[in-house]
Design a protein around this ligand. Structure first.
Ligand SMILES: Cc1ncc(COP(=O)(O)O)c(C=O)c1O
Length: 421
């Protein structure tokens, strides 16, 4: 039987507990949505104020040489430690959607793989939209979205068979957005390579949550956002990883001046940078690049293996509590039960999931507000961010859902959904 005391004891024993104090927290509020938008690292506001008032306010254009031009490289270097990659194989900027479009466009134009885009029903909608949009630009391209008939996990046999039968460019999210299913990256990369295919991995829900070794997993292309487990802030720059051997073979569909081999020569003729910088477009978003650095440093300091160990421990704790307390009340787990195939969030399904979410957000005099998120049709997603999530938070969540369902508190809340859920 789990209780609050046991949860607090686990928090006291947590070797990563000091990292929680490095983030901004609201009183009387439990945040379990770090898989959607990570929390604000405490040092960022002062750092940004200083950067803005000094570099922008005083140094102005001189800051390009003094600070700003070196920034993207610095981020790539730090990220390369996290992903076991060469820093020259990583760039920052744009959104995940834009990066995905650019790289898939480049792959289709290069004719290295057959013109077939393959994804599955577990992938995030933007990825599927980009694939669908590209088909309009490349009418000879086929698009296959494999449907597993459920949203918990991939049917690997079905996926591998689809690649074997009609090779092409495979686009998958390493950790899926609804259920947190975690694909065997190396196995799929190797299978794809054997069958004249290439995989583009969307790491948005994976980076900072699970250890990723791009080199050892034989990954050729990956990308993802930095505003979830990396705590980079809303709309923070995405990253793009492309293996070196592919750089000269891939052309950026947007020939912007920052992709030129020497942008400050102001050459009227475009000449692509020989490196991955060829995928840069316009002026980089310096302020948001500066804001993401503290989040990267925190993940590196904590160590991704330690974060993963805590994430698994907390996930098992939560799953145990759901089974014991919430399953008899009509809740079921909509995530893989084996930690080896699960990222760092857990989806709970209930027929009144939306109203339960609203009741959690409202709190009451005795209970803190609890912020999870909702994904249709009926999932409450619980993000576990080991940098700041406490066992106590997870216990309070389960306890509160129990009260909300038992006392039918959720019936006080409207079924109408808001824009951001
Ligand atoms: C897996 C995945 N890919 C892509 C996106 C969207 O990325 P962006 O808004 O940076 O284009 C999200 C957003 O949550 C996501 O979860």
């Amino acid at each position: 039987m789990i209780d609050l005391k046991a949860a607090q004891q686990l928090d006291q024993q947590d070797p990563l507990r000091s990292f929680r104090a490095r983030f901004v927290h609201e009183e009387n509020e439990i945040y379990l949505d770090g898989n959607s938008l990570g929390k604000l690292p405490k040092e960022v506001p002062d750092q940004m104020t200083e950067n803005i008032s000094t570099q922008w306010g005083k140094q102005l254009i001189r800051s390009w040489n003094q600070n700003w031009l070196a920034l993207p490289k610095r981020l790539s270097k730090k990220y390369s430690q996290l992903l076991a990659a060469d820093p020259d194989e990583l760039i920052f900027g744009e959104s995940t959607s834009v990066r995905l479009y650019q790289i898939l466009h480049a792959l289709l134009s290069s004719h290295q793989s057959p013109p077939h885009l393959i994804s599955d029903n577990l992938n995030f909608p933007t990825d599927l939209y980009v694939l669908e949009g590209l088909q309009k630009q490349f009418p000879d391209t086929a698009v296959t979205t494999i449907n597993y008939g459920q949203e918990i996990e991939a049917d690997l046999n079905k996926l591998l068979r689809a690649i074997e039968q009609q090779p092409g460019i495979v686009c998958l999210s390493l950790v899926t957005f609804k259920s947190a299913y975690f694909y065997p990256m190396k196995k799929i990369n190797q299978w794809a390579a054997k069958h004249n295919s290439i995989v583009v991995w969307d790491l948005s829900h994976a980076v900072g949550a699970v250890p990723i070794d791009l080199e050892a997993s034989e990954t050729k292309i990956a990308l993802g956002c930095t505003y979830k487990y990396m705590n980079g802030g809303p709309g923070s720059p995405a990253f793009l990883y492309v293996k070196k051997e592919l750089h000269p073979k891939l052309d950026n569909p947007i020939q912007g001046w920052f992709g030129h081999e020497s942008p400050f020569d102001f050459d009227p003729k475009y000449k692509a940078s020989p490196g991955l910088e060829r995928f840069n477009n316009g002026t980089p978003p310096i302020l948001s690049m500066q804001a993401v650095e503290a989040g990267i440093d925190l993940v590196l300091q904590a160590g991704i293996e330690n974060l993963r160990a805590k994430s698994i421990q907390q996930s098992e704790f939560l799953l145990g509590a759901i089974k014991e307390v919430l399953a008899p009340l009509g809740c079921s787990v909509h995530s893989p039960l084996d930690s080896k195939t699960r990222g760092s969030h857990i989806a709970i399904s209930h027929s009144h999931a939306w109203q339960i979410c609203q009741a959690l957000l409202a709190g009451d005099q005795k209970t803190p507000r609890i912020i999870p998120d909702f994904r249709p049709p009926n999932f409450i997603r619980i993000g576990i961010t080991p940098l700041y999530t406490r066992f106590e938070d997870l216990w309070l969540l389960v306890n509160r859902i129990q009260t909300i369902v038992n006392s039918k508190i959720y019936l006080q809340f409207d079924e109408t959904k808001q824009d951001v859920t």
